[in-house]
Design a protein around this ligand. Structure first.
Ligand code: 15L
Length: 268
């Protein structure tokens, strides 16, 4: 990997990876629709709307690998999701294929499988159970990635990210948190591991309260350094006494499941 592109480089994960991966690859091309801090040595800045194929073709030209973080990072109206996460993701893969890109690391999400109950431990083989239009777009991303791997030979690591941050912010996030250094480790596996064709892994630290069997990531060499447990006491104390929505509490996706919920019979 000589030239690596980060889409959505202005977001929280993008800004963090910009620092961690600085100097790891000879060139980092940083792209977003928003203005980014000026390029430093070993960096290039690109401004692109993911829904604009011409701009995306320019964005991917000459890169060996892509870390695709761009798009909409939460629930939204369908037209917004469609443009950012369906059309945008398709454009990145299709432009990447035409440009001969070898590897793509995709930021998918726990919300692609958010309707699994918290009582169930799930691995990378479960069928998607999206909890939102956003979650559906992430499941679409995993499916499109599978197609481009099988048909066009692009190596893809789908990272189903839990919640990225310097520390877990609530009870649900104690189970799905990932620290910046653990995510950087996973991204590097996605770009550098010689055997990756198509893999789904969970983007989570080694949380004692995890809802995931992340053995597929471990098989690829992932050795997370962080655990949410030291934060648990403070997080739980801060939440004590707050009313809990029964649907949000029951399912892994939390409030993403509870929003707009109208089913009369619960599917466990
Ligand atoms: C996600 O997929 C979102 O991108 C992020 O903003 C959080 O909402 C996270 O999931 C979460 O579930 O905490």
């Amino acid at each position: 990997m000589k030239r690596v592109l980060i889409t959505g480089a202005g977001g929280g994960i993008g800004c963090s990876l910009r620092e961690t991966l600085r100097g790891v690859y000879p060139l980092l091309r940083l792209s977003d629709r928003i203005t980014l801090a000026p390029a430093r040595e070993g960096e290039e800045i690109d401004r692109a709307e993911l829904s604009d194929m011409v701009a995306v073709e320019r964005m991917v030209a000459g890169v060996d690998g892509i870390i695709h973080l761009g798009g909409i990072s939460g629930e939204n109206e369908w037209p917004v999701i469609l443009e950012g996460n369906i059309i945008g993701l398709y454009n990145v893969f299709e432009a990447g294929r035409r440009a001969g890109v070898k590897r793509i690391v995709v930021a998918t999400s726990n919300h692609a499988v958010g309707f699994y109950p918290r009582a169930e431990k799930i691995d990378h083989r479960v069928v998607p159970r999206p909890d939102s239009r956003y979650g559906v777009s992430k499941a679409f991303g995993e499916a499109l990635a599978s197609l481009y791997s099988d048909k066009h030979g692009i190596g893809v690591l789908c990272t189903r990210i839990g919640n990225f941050g310097t520390k877990p912010i609530d009870k649900r996030r104690l189970s799905i948190w990932i620290s910046p250094r653990d995510y950087a480790q996973l991204v590097r596996i996605g770009l550098e591991h010689p055997d990756i064709r198509y893999e789904i892994v969970y983007g989570v630290s080694k949380n004692r309260r995890s809802w995931y069997d992340n053995s597929n990531a471990e098989r690829l060499g992932y050795r997370p350094q962080d655990d949410s447990e030291p934060y648990a006491e403070a997080v739980l104390a801060a939440e004590a006494g707050q009313p809990a929505d029964p649907i949000a509490e029951h399912y892994q996706g939390g409030t993403f499941c509870a929003a707009e919920y109208a089913a009369e019979m619960r599917r466990d």
